[in-house]
Design a protein around this ligand. Structure first.
Ligand SMILES: [Zn+2]
Length: 186
């Protein structure tokens, strides 16, 4: 499988740019936020590795925390997977991932189907874990979006959770297939 050439910081910069609040974050703050998200993901990844997750067959470990649905029907949105925190459920849209698998194979990438599934599973699993442990990574570090006299409004950067989720799965299974990262939902 061809691996993504971006390092986690490069990927973090890419993801942060997609955040709706990106322009509110000063360039001075950006690197620190990305670093924080990467470290949060790494830390969580090392923890589950130490706790015995099988990186090739992570389902048994994940199912100790939540339910996994492998769905055959088309996803309601252009997504491959989702995490429903309220229900404690991860939905994996198999037909979407299988299509991605075929597309990547046709384009000449050496893709391991099992690993492709695990990328999505682990990504969503991180969101389950972050909520259970210390609250979402996005809500821990907030930025000031408005300030007037003593009144200020702070907001979380939702992409920090996405950066952390990718750092988490990379800590566990290594890099990502290069095309996968271009997809909108990452
Ligand atoms: Zn996510």
């Amino acid at each position: 499988m061809e691996e993504l050439s971006l390092d986690m910081t490069g990927l973090g910069q890419l993801l942060l740019k997609r955040d709706i609040l990106y322009n509110k974050i000063s360039s001075r703050e950006r690197n620190g936020l990305i670093e924080f998200a990467i470290e949060s993901g790494e830390e969580a990844g090392l923890k589950v590795l130490a706790d015995g997750i099988d990186k090739d067959k992570p389902c048994a470990y994940i199912e100790k925390y939540c339910k996994i649905n492998f769905l055959r029907h088309k996803a309601p949105l252009p997504i491959y997977s989702e995490c429903l925190l309220k229900d404690g459920t991860i939905n994996i849209y198999c037909s979407e991932i299988d299509n991605l698998y075929l597309k990547l194979s046709e384009e000449g990438y050496m893709v391991d189907r099992n690993r492709l599934y695990n990328i999505f599973l682990l990504h969503e699993f991180f969101h389950v874990l972050e909520e259970r442990e210390s609250g979402s990574v996005s809500s821990i570090r907030k930025i000031k979006v408005f300030k007037f006299l003593f009144w200020e409004i702070k907001r979380g950067i939702s992409q920090l959770s996405e950066i952390a989720a990718n750092s988490f799965l990379r800590t566990i299974i290594g890099g990502l297939p290069i095309k996968y990262i271009c997809k909108e939902d990452l």
